[in-house]
Design a protein around this ligand. Structure first.
Ligand SMILES: [Zn+2]
Length: 241
């Protein structure tokens, strides 16, 4: 373990905290309150890292675990905000989609169509630059999950799919804004928050066609009813089968 930076950084040398097990080899950690900023453990790999203020929360949850890499679904401030700290603290490499590698390795993380909003965001919620050790592409395997390239919300957005038990972690291709686990309300990011809105809709249609038994999001409760996930996405993206 190495010191994690300025101020009074949290450490990762405490006792492990129990995490919510969603499926074998898939656990939920939290980068914020409730399901606002979901972070996942795929085996011994940390997927996403919340905002820059998620450090203490993540330190408590990840302490004492043997973790081997940190992966991003996409390089936005609410997923990569604590990535540099996490990689330094754990001494693990950073992996992400090729289309997002320049953003995270430079710290120029834009998640909005407006340059003004991006400038404001970089001031209020800056993302520390961190080198990318490996870029992931379609068909790569991460802790038993197959990488799917699902661009549109960001150029290098990735989802993670395990066909044997139909488990999907889809990042922000679609989010669940439902306030109750039994009442999902799936939403697509608006055009202003998409690098290519039409492409994100195509990516969502692709995920709907998978009919996942368990669908996990960057924001919101997981959906455990495959029909419900597909039906909700079919309404959002009528071109899906
Ligand atoms: Zn997000």
């Amino acid at each position: 373990m190495t010191p994690s930076g300025r101020g009074t950084p949290p450490t990762l040398v405490q006792r492990p905290q129990a995490l919510h097990e969603l499926a074998p080899g898939l656990a939920l950690a939290r980068g914020g309150p409730g399901r606002a900023l979901n972070v996942y453990l795929l085996g011994d790999i940390v997927l996403d890292a919340g905002v820059r203020w998620s450090r203490r929360r993540l330190a408590r949850q990840l302490a004492g675990r043997q973790l081997t890499a940190h992966v991003l679904t996409h390089a936005h401030f609410d997923h990569a905000g604590s990535s540099a700290w996490l990689c330094r603290s754990l001494g693990v490499p950073l992996w992400c989609g090729a289309g997002d590698a320049a953003a995270i390795s430079s710290g120029r993380v834009d998640s909005h169509g407006s340059p003004l909003v991006n400038r404001l965001q970089r001031t209020l919620a800056p993302v520390a630059a961190h080198p990318v050790s490996r870029t992931l592409g379609e068909g790569d395997l991460v802790a038993g999950f197959e990488v799917l390239e699902v661009p549109g919300h960001s150029p290098g957005a990735l989802a993670f799919w395990r066909a044997r038990d139909r488990v999907l972690v889809c990042g922000d291709v679609v989010a669940n804004f439902g306030l109750h686990p039994a009442r999902p309300r799936l939403v697509l990011a608006p055009a202003a928050l998409s690098s290519d809105y039409a492409q994100n809709r195509r990516s969502a249609a692709r995920l709907a066609a998978l009919r996942p038994r368990l669908a996990c999001f960057g924001h919101g409760f997981a959906v455990t009813d495959p029909g419900r996930f597909a039906a909700a996405l079919d309404q959002l993206v009528p071109t899906s089968p």
